[in-house]
Design a protein around this ligand. Structure first.
Ligand SMILES: [Zn+2]
Length: 309
């Protein structure tokens, strides 16, 4: 077969940052390949523009050194079977046109559909609220996603979009569940994961008591061609990562904290909740008690923002 020249790093879809310790790179990882490609373009562009004119001219005149390119271009037939050339193969096959490429990179996720829902509270009165249900193209199975805790099964999923009688009514006070509960060993590390269409690193908004010991992070996601803020709430921790404080950047793989059972007696788990910050609201000005007010944020099915395996 005729060799296909491929810019390997740009097309493999591998995340730019280090993976969480102990995590497995999924065999068919489509993890943020488009973002990786975009970063590759941007870094190339910025390094080219920062070079002096003489350097640039010299680079243009320089004949290509075949040895230097060794390993940069690869024959697809030589790749190990677990490497999936997601973006490249899709583009070459016509499954991803230049238009859809640019849509993926620049538009990001579609604008969310905010839906009116409601349920009966324990005291019998009905409350209305808004939420962002799972988008139909996002897999329903929780096992299709990556989580901040490795090998921690989801034991309780998001149900605020379900009919009243199908929402969770457990032993705790809350009706319905606006996040996912991941069961793990006490003190299992919680590591930051880059969300779908996330730009830059996550940042710490809050560390302290809320859902037990809690860490809240801010994420800028590309959505409908614009940047938009989301927050993640990590609840019931045993403790946060040492030195973690407001403003700290949390790149992919950075430690957020450790799983525990604070304010969740006898149930060691991580509560992970995603909320979309309302237009015109500054996430940095939200305290934990105002952050969950309906005028500040809208709760979202986490499957809309979690990276796929
Ligand atoms: Zn929960």
């Amino acid at each position: 077969m005729k060799p296909i020249a491929l810019a390997f790093a740009a097309f493999t879809g591998l995340p730019a940052g280090p993976l969480p310790a102990g995590s497995l790179l999924p065999a068919t990882a489509p993890v943020g390949w488009a973002d990786t490609w975009a970063e590759h373009l941007w870094s190339s562009a910025s390094s080219a523009s920062s070079a002096s004119p003489a350097t640039q001219a010299g680079a243009d005149d320089e004949p290509l050194d075949a040895d230097a390119l060794e390993g940069f271009f690869v024959d697809a037939d030589d790749l190990p079977p677990h490497v999936m050339l997601q973006g490249c193969e899709l583009a070459l096959s016509g499954g991803l046109t230049p238009e859809t490429w640019s849509r993926e990179i620049w538009l990001g996720a579609p604008f969310p559909r905010i839906v009116e829902s409601g349920h009966t509270e324990r005291d019998g009165h009905w409350i209305d609220y808004e939420n962002i249900p799972r988008r139909p193209e996002r897999p329903e199975a929780y096992t299709a996603y990556r989580y901040p805790v490795v090998a921690a099964p989801v034991v309780s999923g998001y149900d605020l979009d379900k009919p009243d009688d199908e929402q969770r009514r457990g032993s705790m006070n809350a009706i319905g569940h606006g996040g996912v509960d991941l069961v793990a060993e006490m003190d299992a590390p919680i590591t930051m994961i880059r969300l779908e269409h996330q730009k830059g690193d996550a940042e710490v908004l809050y560390v302290g008591p809320f859902f037990g010991e809690t860490v809240i992070t801010r994420h800028v996601l590309r959505e409908g061609g614009a940047d938009h803020e989301y927050v993640l709430i990590f609840g019931h921790l045993d403790h946060a990562a040492e030195g973690l404080r407001r403003g700290r950047r949390l790149p992919d793989g950075a430690t957020v904290g450790y799983v525990g059972n604070s304010d969740s007696p006898n149930l060691v788990h991580l509560h992970l909740e995603a909320r979309r910050v309302r237009d015109g609201v500054d996430a940095w000005k939200l305290a934990p008690d105002t952050l969950r007010l309906p005028e500040s944020t809208v709760v979202s099915d986490p499957r809309n923002v979690l990276p796929l395996r």
